[in-house]
Design a protein around this ligand. Structure first.
Ligand SMILES: Cc1cc2nc3c(=O)[nH]c(=O)nc-3n(C[C@H](O)[C@H](O)[C@H](O)COP(=O)(O)OP(=O)(O)OC[C@H]3O[C@@H](n4cnc5c(N)ncnc54)[C@H](O)[C@@H]3O)c2cc1C
Length: 463
């Protein structure tokens, strides 16, 4: 008689108990024992430009997850690794020590992530199955294709297709996890490789409490009222008009399917009948799915390349002083400085302001979007590769923005429109409007024309 399989749940960007497809499968299949593993790969995080906020959020989420998993009979082992190249050895050393036959994980988006998983598949050999599950999106966005069979690169038709697919397949089920069986090798005290506690340099004293309770609480508070005004309140950065769920979505402590379920509970399953606020908010969640769809369908986006190849000919300026002033919130443009200081102080920035500061860097300063993308990734608590890359390429007109490159935000006009009383600017730039404020470092009109010329030249060079 063959003994029941033992499994590993390999946790990555899915640090939660709730609605976790890989966890549910690992427990269901692991009748002979299920163990959760997280491999620390600090070198890889550095290569991906993850900063202390993002890493702190992840480590905090792991700490919060451990007792939850234990309450279901699952031990969590945090193993020290280095990077993705060495990861398979670390993972399979553990797997063989625990005598498992299946490793379950949720799929992630990005070329490096796919390569890592290919290495793991190759290292699995005949004795261990590596099984991946779809998790990070509400719908299987990898499979969505335009009429021509290619991935969508413009949001509106993607959204239409996404909504049609949702109607066709229905609201996705939530994955439920039963009681697990402990791996007998752990119970007998068999030693695993080194188990590490999260290093203190990665820990963060953050305003964003890690774990699964806080995002659910914020979701309920948001659904209880603010969502009904979201279509109006989402743009003024002085208001608390958005959900601020991004840090938890980024490290996977809340599932997007759980969010959709709660929306449906509140507003019914016929999305066409939803009030404007919830329906606008769903569009933002679909933007998140769209950027994952684009990243999966167009691998060069994961390799530092623009969506539109011709934009690589733009003569970006090498302006170190300008870049530093932007990073430090010292450009003399109130709304830009406010956004960059909000980022420095909290690890988070309002979406409208992200668009403004990104456009200022790439158009008015004509600095390569990749520098801004890296800086954001390093600073953000919600650093999320597809959304960050998508947002930067959108702002730089190298990506999915349907508007042409010459539609350039004027940051002062944006401030007049969305922060008419300077409330947000003064919150972060107290010297704003006083003699102590730095003068604007550039002439907005002149630099706008310079950007348009640079893009025009790059485009014409290919013709
Ligand atoms: C230059 C730039 C960089 C960005 N970098 C990131 C990033 O690293 N991580 C990240 O999560 N978002 C990023 N965004 C998208 C957006 O700014 C944030 O998701 C949003 O501000 C988070 O606030 P919230 O949770 O209150 O959003 P809400 O308005 O409440 O929206 C709900 C959720 O929808 C998703 N969402 C909302 N807007 C967008 C969008 N434009 N693109 C993709 N998803 C969206 C987020 O997951 C968000 O939590 C970036 C945008 C720009 C312009």
């Amino acid at each position: 008689m063959t003994s029941p399989p033992r499994t590993i749940l390999w946790l990555r960007g899915d640090l939660r108990l709730d609605d976790n497809p890989a966890l549910a499968a690992a427990v269901r299949r692991g009748k002979g024992g299920c163990t959760a593993i997280f491999v620390m790969t600090p070198e890889q995080w550095k290569q991906h430009h993850w900063g202390e906020h993002r890493c702190g959020m992840m480590v905090g989420a792991l700490n919060a997850l451990r007792p939850r998993l234990e309450s279901r009979g699952i031990d969590l082992r945090v193993i020290q690794g280095t990077d993705d190249l060495t990861l398979p050895k670390v993972l399979f050393d553990v797997a063989r020590t625990l005598d498992v036959s299946e490793i379950h994980a949720n799929r992630e988006f990005g070329v490096n992530e796919d390569r890592r998983d290919e290495l793991v598949t190759a290292a699995a050999g005949d004795d261990i199955d590596f099984i991946r599950h779809e998790d990070q999106t509400i719908l299987p966005v990898r499979e969505i294709r335009s009429g021509g069979g290619t991935p969508y690169t413009v949001f509106t038709p993607f959204k239409k297709k996404w909504l049609a697919l949702l109607e066709e397949v229905g609201i996705p089920e939530i994955a439920t996890t039963g009681e697990a069986t402990r791996n007998p090798h752990l119970a007998s005290g068999k030693l695993l490789p080194r188990e590490v506690e999260p290093s203190s340099e990665l820990a963060l004293d953050s305003i964003f409490a890690p774990g699964e309770d806080e995002p659910l609480r914020r979701l309920e508070t948001f659904l209880d009222g603010p969502i009904l005004r979201y279509h109006e309140d989402r743009d003024p950065p002085a208001l608390d008009g958005t959900s601020s769920l991004s840090p938890w979505l980024a490290c996977g402590t809340i599932s997007p399917r759980r969010i959709l379920r709660r929306l449906v509970d509140a507003h019914g399953s016929i999305i066409d009948r939803w009030p404007q606020g919830p329906s606008t908010w769903l569009s933002e969640l679909i933007w998140r799915e769209f950027y994952r769809h684009v990243m999966d369908g167009i691998p060069r986006l994961s390799m530092n390349r623009p969506l539109h190849g011709w934009t690589d000919r733009v003569a970006w300026r090498n302006d170190e002083a300008g870049f530093q002033a932007w990073c430090e919130g010292q450009t003399g443009i109130g709304i830009v400085d406010a956004g960059m200081r909000q980022l420095a102080h909290t690890g988070w920035m309002h979406n409208r302001v992200r668009m403004i500061v990104a456009m200022f860097l790439t158009k008015n300063l004509l600095i390569d979007w990749r520098r801004g993308e890296r800086f954001f990734m390093n600073q953000l608590v919600d650093g999320d590769f597809p959304s960050n890359n998508g947002g930067w390429q959108w702002a730089a007109s190298t990506g999915t923005d349907a508007a042409p490159y010459f539609r350039i935000f004027n940051p002062d006009r944006q401030a007049e429109r969305f922060d008419a009383e300077d409330e947000y600017i003064r919150r972060w730039v107290p010297e704003f409007g006083t003699p102590a404020a730095p003068p604007p470092m550039v002439d907005l009109k002149h630099t706008r024309v310079r950007a348009i010329e640079a893009f025009k030249t790059a485009k014409n060079q290919g013709q």
